[in-house]
Ligand binder design. Structure first.
Ligand code: AMP
Length: 542
């Protein structure tokens, strides 16, 4: 028997409609390329999103078609998000840091009709335009005065908005329709698209705002540093609308000084980004003596959060770290590290020990670990296997990909991450499957070694890769970037590991470099690093 409750679809437009109606005066502050700091509020954001939706309809965009965005986090990008998905089309966020060939591939694969483009990517887009097969126009996200000349017939965002009124009712349709598309950064092969539905996004948003998710309320000021082109800024543009939080959009400048100015000036209480970004902020704070007066919490994910970073945020600046794990294929939130009941009073070292875990699943995510024969492994905190996940915001199939990579275990998505799960259900990620170092048939965790290395005061960044070894197959090589102006020797570095790990995990050698390669989403690129060191011979190779 069906129930008698209203069958109202879960649509993305309902988020901004709610924010505008019930939190209309709450501010959205953006650092823009053309106007400096821009301020307005949720009510105005919805009005402009509606006008933009009408402009897209006038341009002939049909429901279900993909419209690209190549833009920083600003109010205009937010409007594009809501206008495109709200009118029934699909917001395809394009990561401008991908290689140009990858951008060409995903724009054509997604069959984008139009591309919203920040002026800083004008040359990039102009160069690629002849190879785009379906794009009917580029919309520069600026006013007429700031229009770049490199794409002569480009459309102007502000003119599109000026050409429409806000007399528009968000349409109702099936909540399972596609709303947004994001391609994985694809370290090998072509990027693959994760196509989110309105329903999956709304359910993910409910989980994200909950106290044991990212815990976002109406009284929060949220600064998403994580780009809107990286898994929808981890869902924050939706979460902030759902609760009516104040948003601060950092635009293009993500260096420590620029971020600090906004964090302080706008009294930001919650922010989120990958560890690499926080290195920049912490360096800035260290060198200027500045503090974080208003910030209460920082979400760190996308790569393992080093212990040293966690301790610096918490002990020196009084900012609570929320360590989270997720993937493009998971919308992205999978696990968040918040204490379970029995851990609620943990303090000091015991608390930080637990925070090293990437967390435990929120309601909506189910998980298990399996061995190479796909047999489920115990949650003993020791057994290490591939993490499998399932849930209503977990990918079932990649967008328009034939053949689909098969689900190894029906109904479960294989994450490619290797971890242990402890008896309390917290996951302890040790590696990506392809980054695991196999030494004499045993696995060495590169993430554990990297975390210890960056705990050394003179180390800015560190990566560990497996190098061929005639006796052990592979042995770890530690690659280190020193803190500016500081020194550390190989022997000092290796001595740093003593007592912190099993002796046989100790790297066989240390290489000092000026920089480490990163992927388009700010993670260490082990692929490029292995390429750099492919002819490296370890001193232990004999
Ligand atoms: P992406 O799809 O670009 O968001 O990348 C997802 C991948 O980032 C995951 O599969 C993990 O390998 C890695 N990742 C995300 N969060 C964490 C974390 N907290 N610790 C370790 N690795 C992480």
């Amino acid at each position: 028997m069906l129930a008698n409750m209203m069958d109202q679809p879960l649509l993305i437009s309902s988020l901004i409609a709610h924010a505008a109606r019930y939190h209309g005066q709450t501010e959205i502050v953006s650092r823009t390329l053309d106007e400096g700091i821009h301020r307005y509020n949720w009510a105005e954001a919805e009005q402009r999103s509606k006008r933009l939706a009408k402009a897209l309809i006038a341009l002939g965009v049909q429901p279900g078609q993909r419209v690209g965005t190549m833009a920083w986090n600003t109010y205009r990008h937010l409007e594009a998000y809501y206008a495109i998905a709200g009118m029934g089309a699909v917001t395809h966020t394009i990561n401008p840091r991908l290689f140009p060939e990858q951008i060409e591939y995903i724009v054509n694969h997604a069959e984008n009709q139009f591309i919203f483009c920040d002026t800083s990517f004008a040359d990039l887009v102009a160069g690629l335009l002849p190879s785009f097969t379906t794009v009917k126009g580029i919309i520069f996200m600026c006013d007429r005065a700031s229009m770049p000349s490199v794409v002569p017939d480009a459309l102007c965002f502000e003119e599109l908005i000026a050409g429409q009124d806000a007399n528009y009712t968000w349409p109702e349709f099936d909540e399972r329709n596609a709303a947004a598309l994001c391609y994985t950064s694809g370290t090998t092969g072509n990027p693959k698209g994760a196509l989110y539905s309105h329903r999956s996004t709304l359910l993910h948003t409910f989980a994200a705002i909950a106290p044991d998710g990212l815990g976002i309320s109406a009284s929060e000021t949220v600064l998403p540093v994580v780009p809107m082109f990286h898994v929808n800024a981890w869902g924050l543009p939706y979460a902030c609308a759902m609760v009516g939080a104040k948003m601060v959009m950092p635009g293009r400048d993500l260096d420590g000084a620029s971020l600090h100015e906004l964090l302080d000036g706008e009294q930001v209480s919650l922010t989120a980004a990958v560890p690499a970004v926080w290195l920049g902020l912490l360096n800035h704070l260290r060198s200027t003596g500045a503090t974080l007066e208003h910030m209460k919490r920082v979400v760190i994910g996308g790569s393992a959060c080093p212990r040293a970073m966690m301790e610096t945020f918490q002990d020196q600046y009084g900012v609570e770290v929320i360590h989270a794990w997720g993937m493009t294929e998971m919308s992205p939130l999978g696990t968040v590290n918040t204490p379970k009941f029995q851990f609620k009073d943990l303090v000091g070292k015991a608390k930080v020990d637990l925070q090293q875990s990437a967390g435990r699943p929120m309601y909506g995510v189910d998980m298990m670990i399996v061995d190479e024969n796909d047999q489920e492994m115990p949650w003993d905190g020791e057994s290490v296997g591939e993490l499998m996940v399932r849930g209503p915001w977990v990918i079932d199939a990649y967008f328009n990909t034939d053949p689909q990579p098969a689900h190894r275990i029906p109904g479960w998505f294989g994450t490619g991450d290797v971890c242990a799960i402890d008896p309390d259900g917290y996951i302890w990620i040790t590696d990506r499957i392809k980054d695991v170092i196999k030494s004499g048939g045993e696995w060495i965790s590169s993430i554990d070694l990297e975390n210890i290395a960056v705990g050394h005061p003179n180390v800015a960044e560190a990566a560990v890769i497996g190098i061929y070894h005639p006796r052990w197959d592979e042995r770890p090589l530690l690659v280190v970037v020193k803190q500016p102006g500081e020194d550390v020797t190989k022997d000092e570095m290796l001595a740093w590991f003593e007592g912190k790990i099993a002796k046989w995990w100790t790297p066989d050698d240390v290489a000092f470099v000026d920089d480490l390669p990163h992927t388009a989403t700010g993670k260490l690129s082990k692929l490029q690093l292995r390429e750099r060191f492919k002819d490296y011979s370890l001193p232990t190779s004999g």
